[in-house]
Design a protein around this ligand. Structure first.
Ligand SMILES: Cc1ncc(COP(=O)(O)O)c(C=O)c1O
Length: 293
């Protein structure tokens, strides 16, 4: 059902020529899921496609979801629903915000999403639940973190290539779960978390992680809000040498941690790597990025 909406899910695998990787002699490839769509990019379309199918199958009017002020997910829902002829509603964290606060919210509005701006405490207390008053809408949790989201992410890895290492960003863990569930036995998966290492978070993902072939890494300098100059510089050299943009929150830490894994010899020179580009270009639409050095 979600076919034919203009999202290109059959994305290429591209060999990367980036000087920082050069010295390690490892073959590095990228799954270019950022090419699926400018705003419904990377894991966003993967997490939404079966949610749109569920919405249609249940005869719902559209999708209701939650997100922060710069949420990649909110914008992706707005665009995907508009493409599918469905309504969309977004509940946004921060009652001081409006559609004029930033380009992401403005674009959500442009695509016809109805936005409600919630007090942060109300948002934090209620955002895991389907909102009252929207019973005729299909509820998608924040970040697309539900079973349909995982199902879509089991389709990211190519069926005809096996890589020694697969590296990807981890937020809610939905993408990680889909990739781990669908990975070939010979591949090792490295999840690079941008979420703080709390017991609750580890508990949620623990069943997926074992020391054999699935690992979760917590780089000190990665994280939502930990937006530093070294990640910006790395993203800038990467874009200028490869023609591929990285967002500073998720993808730049993935590249820097891949380098770290190579320098620690966890990824060895004779091995090959697949980095999953999970999209997320809205980070680059923020004022913070615009004004950064
Ligand atoms: C660009 C990007 N990469 C990775 C992630 C993390 O994905 P997940 O929440 O499925 O772990 C997100 C958040 O949704 C994201 O926006």
């Amino acid at each position: 059902m979600s076919e034919g909406l203009g999202f290109q899910a059959n994305t290429p695998i591209q060999k990367l020529h980036f000087s920082a990787f050069g010295e390690f002699g490892v073959e590095v490839n990228m799954k270019r899921d950022d090419l699926i769509h400018p705003f419904v990019s990377g894991n966003k379309w993967r997490k939404l496609r079966y949610n749109l199918d569920a919405c249609r199958e249940q005869g719902k009017d559209g999708v209701v979801t939650y997100g922060g002020a710069y949420s990649n997910h909110l914008l992706a829902v707005a665009v995907a629903c508009a493409s599918a002829g469905l309504k969309s509603v977004g509940l946004v964290r921060g009652d001081e915000l409006s559609i004029r606060s930033n380009y992401v919210l403005r674009l959500c509005d442009e695509y016809g999403m109805k936005l409600h701006f919630l007090d942060r405490r109300v948002f934090d207390a209620t955002s895991s639940l389907a909102p009252l008053g929207y019973e005729s809408f299909h509820f998608v949790p924040m970040g697309g973190a539900n079973r349909e989201g995982v199902q879509g992410c089991t389709e990211i890895l190519p069926e005809d290539h096996v890589f020694n290492h697969i590296v990807l960003a981890v937020g809610t863990g939905t993408t990680f779960r889909g990739v781990v569930e669908s990975k070939p036995a010979q591949s090792m998966v490295h999840g690079i978390s941008v979420v703080p290492k709390t017991d609750e978070y580890i508990g949620k993902l623990n069943s997926l992680v074992n020391n054999e072939d699935v690992r979760l890494h917590f780089p000190d300098d990665a994280g939502i809000g930990k937006w530093n100059k070294s990640h910006r510089d790395l993203a800038r050299s990467f874009a200028s040498e490869t023609g591929i943009l990285l967002d500073p929150v998720y993808m730049s830490p993935v590249i820097s941690q891949t380098l770290e894994l190579m320098s620690m010899k966890l990824i060895k020179p004779t091995q090959n790597v697949l980095i999953i580009h999970s999209g997320g270009m809205t980070g680059i639409l923020s004022d913070r990025w615009l004004k950064a050095d």
